[in-house]
Design a protein around this ligand. Structure first.
Ligand SMILES: Cc1cc2nc3c(=O)[nH]c(=O)nc-3n(C[C@H](O)[C@H](O)[C@H](O)COP(=O)(O)OP(=O)(O)OC[C@H]3O[C@@H](n4cnc5c(N)ncnc54)[C@H](O)[C@@H]3O)c2cc1C
Length: 404
């Protein structure tokens, strides 16, 4: 059977893949991107890009065209809501950021990377013989074989590439489900210019709402196996009673499972031999489920590592694990209590907003946050976050020995 030979195969055509492909193509590598869906493909996402993600897209791919944005086209920041009915709006540093339509933004970015894209092609398995990686993929039921010097798994939370390298990994982490419904608005006092997030332990593990194309999105995250309709109905009733949000019956529903957790406790997965894992597949996930900026940056670092390894004839894992430490710091710092208290690892100033409240409200908010965090107690992340954070303060780095 014929084999397609290239320098690098990237699995996935999303943002981590675009960042990676851009670096490789710019350095003169032949790159093939495999995407299981027809393009432009749909992606479940709020699409609120962080300022850092916006800078990356602009600097690497140019000004964002109107067609890749939803309405409202920009988001000013985030509003946190608490059970004590205190609400805290916070603007992003540097002004509003784009509200991406992931179907079109991801397609735009991967095209602009210059890589060849093989759509409707599903990665199945790989074999790394030390010199090259043999890949089996499927298109319309037929097998296609690729041979590449390097493979990058940029294939998201359920990464098949990660599974090929670490078959048991998925069983070792907790899984969450996030689901959102789109509803026509009867009345909605929530400010359209902000992304709204609830720190409410009785609503869900992650509860959000924002405006999109004339409708309101109401979403909720919970441990996998929970019932989305029940969680959603509870949130809908809560926002109606407490915030006066009146919505028509949901017209559309979507959801997916999530590997939330590895970035909090510095348990990333970066691959083995000539196979690199990046983006959310590697565990990158910033606070409030912001995963686009770290996908772009970690993807770019995976690409740079391949270029550097090929030029210096060093093992690519060694180079990747050294270069990726900066993105690990950025991402895990967002969950590090010392960084949150003594510096500001986020792109909006929660502390300044909190200090603007009167003393009574400050106490209520801190109590509410503590009650919210307690729902994560069964995952036993608290001690790991504290120990990793302490090591970061002492060594200046998170421990690479915890990475797979
Ligand atoms: C409901 C929700 C809301 C979110 N809101 C935001 C937000 O507002 N802001 C933000 O920054 N982040 C948000 N995120 C997170 C963000 O969407 C992800 O973190 C980010 O898309 C990860 O990018 P990635 O490139 O690593 O992977 P993904 O975007 O998951 O892309 C993986 C790609 O690989 C392809 N693929 C998978 N398996 C295969 C295979 N076997 N063969 C070929 N192709 C394959 C997929 O089709 C996909 O195109 C949200 C996520 C969810 C679920």
């Amino acid at each position: 059977m014929n084999e397609i030979i290239t320098d690098v195969v990237i699995v996935g055509s999303s943002l981590a893949a675009s960042g990676c492909a851009k670096r490789l193509v710019d350095a003169g590598f032949d790159v093939i991107v495999l995407e299981r869906h027809a393009l432009p493909r749909h992606k479940v996402c709020s699409g609120i890009l962080s300022p850092r993600g916006h800078r990356f897209l602009f600097e690497n791919f140019g000004p964002l065209p109107r067609e890749i944005l939803h309405e409202p086209t920009f988001c000013k920041g985030v509003t946190f809501h608490f059970p004590s009915m205190v609400s805290i709006p916070m603007d992003f540093f540097g002004g509003p950021t784009p509200h991406l339509n992931r179907q079109f933004s991801d397609y735009w970015a991967i095209k602009r990377s210059g890589a060849a894209v093989h759509e409707k092609t599903t990665f199945e398995s790989l074999q790394d013989d030390g010199k090259s990686v043999n890949i089996i993929a499927k298109k319309a039921g037929a097998e296609i074989r690729y041979k590449a010097r390097f493979v990058v798994g940029a294939d998201g939370p359920k990464s098949r590439v990660r599974h090929s390298v670490y078959p048991d990994y998925n069983k070792t982490i907790p899984w969450f489900m996030v689901g959102q419904k789109f509803q026509a608005v009867i009345e909605c006092p929530l400010d359209d210019d902000y992304f709204h997030f609830w720190f409410h332990p009785e609503l869900g593990y992650y509860t959000w709402s924002h405006a999109r194309n004339g409708r309101q999105i109401l979403g909720v995250g919970f441990p996998l196996g929970g019932n989305l309709h029940r969680y959603h109905a509870n949130v809908e009733e809560y926002v109606r009673n407490k915030h006066g949000v009146k919505l028509e019956k949901a017209e559309e529903l979507e959801g997916c499972s999530h590997n939330f957790g590895p970035s909090l406790i510095n348990r990333y997965v970066f691959g083995k031999g000539n196979v690199l894992i990046t983006g959310q597949a590697a565990g990158f996930f910033n606070m409030i489920a912001e995963g686009m900026s770290c996908a772009l940056h970690s993807g770019a670092i995976a690409g740079e590592s391949i270029v550097e390894a090929a030029q210096s004839n060093r093992p690519v894992q060694q180079v990747y694990r050294s270069l990726i430490a900066s993105e690990v710091r950025r991402c895990t710092d967002q969950w590090n209590p010392f960084r949150i208290i003594f510096s500001n690892p986020h792109e909006a100033d929660f502390k300044a907003a909190l200090f603007k409240l009167d003393k009574q409200d400050q106490k209520l908010v801190l109590k509410d946050i503590w009650r919210f965090l307690k729902i994560y107690a069964p995952y036993k992340w608290g001690r790991q976050i504290l120990s990793q954070s302490l090591i970061r303060e002492i060594n200046g780095e998170y421990l690479p020995s915890r990475w797979l």
